[in-house]
Ligand binder design. Structure first.
Ligand code: SAH
Length: 262
């Protein structure tokens, strides 16, 4: 078993009762948890967790902790966000160690900011523990660097979540060369996304990839172009969670794959 370093800095102590810990669980592989996350989940009294948190990670949580599922799937919010914000406040007032565990990083498309705003308004002490966001974890395990001196000097993260059936994104800004675009929650809008990028100037044969359940044993990657990827992803029967990576860095995958097929 791992021995954690001694708590010798102010933010390294054991979690305290009455506080809320907003903890990033990373993209799936439990080995990608931070030491801080591990220390805090092992000492939790109450765990409020999302659908994206893997079973292997839940197994590292204090077995005596009360577990509350705040499941979030697209279009199926088990607990509405306002109720969830208030729930965290109410739980903290029971003077226990509350851990809000989220997939990836809490401040990257995780609504962590909204939860912390409510905690601050209510005078509840909190700490935010960053996690490996899907972009970083999935790219590494799929053999696709996010930036590369020869291909991309910038990297943009966007949400492809459809609001009212369409995606309201800055298409001219996204359809740029020498940049990588990472799309979270984009599977159902994949065809629309690829069509928009082509319509705004990227070539139809621009490289693109989609990765399902990255960093887990179920990781699957489909690569193609803006033109072919939607059809290939559908033929492969990919299911959420998936991350879409658009840009010339995708070409490097042939050389840099290491995780799949292990
Ligand atoms: N806070 C999270 C993102 C939450 S939004 C983070 O920082 O990663 C949920 C979206 O993240 C999913 O729809 C998917 O696009 C992406 N995602 C999260 N985990 C993933 C994984 N293991 N593989 C692929 N995509 C993932």
């Amino acid at each position: 078993m791992l021995t954690l370093p001694p708590p010798d800095l102010p933010n390294r102590g054991a979690p305290v009762p009455g506080a809320v810990y907003l903890v990033g669980a990373g993209p799936g592989d439990p080995e990608l948890l931070t030491l801080r996350a591990l220390r805090i989940i092992a000492a939790a009294d109450v765990l409020v967790y999302d659908q994206l948190v893997s079973a292997e990670i839940l197994a590292l949580v204090n077995p005596a902790a009360e577990r509350i599922y705040a499941g979030k799937q697209r279009g199926n919010h088990a607990v509405p966000q306002d109720d969830l914000n208030q729930l965290l406040v109410n739980l903290a007032r029971t003077n226990r160690r509350i851990v809000r565990l989220k997939g990836g990083d809490p401040y990257t498309f995780g609504r962590g900011g909204e939860e912390v705003e409510t905690l601050r308004e209510n005078g509840i002490p909190f700490e935010v523990v960053p996690g490996v966001t899907a972009a970083a974890g999935v790219a590494a395990y799929a053999g696709i660097p996010l930036t590369h001196r020869n291909y991309a000097q910038a990297c943009v993260f966007v949400t492809g979540h459809l609001k009212d059936g369409s995606m309201n994104l800055d298409w001219p800004g996204l359809a740029r060369r020498r940049q990588t675009v990472i799309i979270y929650m984009g599977l159902s809008g994949l065809s629309y996304l690829c069509a928009q990028l082509i319509a705004h100037g990227l070539p139809a044969d621009w490289p693109a990839a989609i990765v399902q359940q990255g960093t887990t044993p179920k990781q699957r990657t489909v690569t193609g172009t803006l033109e072919t990827l939607p059809g290939l992803a559908e033929a492969a029967g990919l299911k959420a969670p998936t991350l879409i990576i658009v840009g010339e860095v995708v070409r490097l995958r042939d050389k840099l794959t290491w995780f799949e097929g292990r």
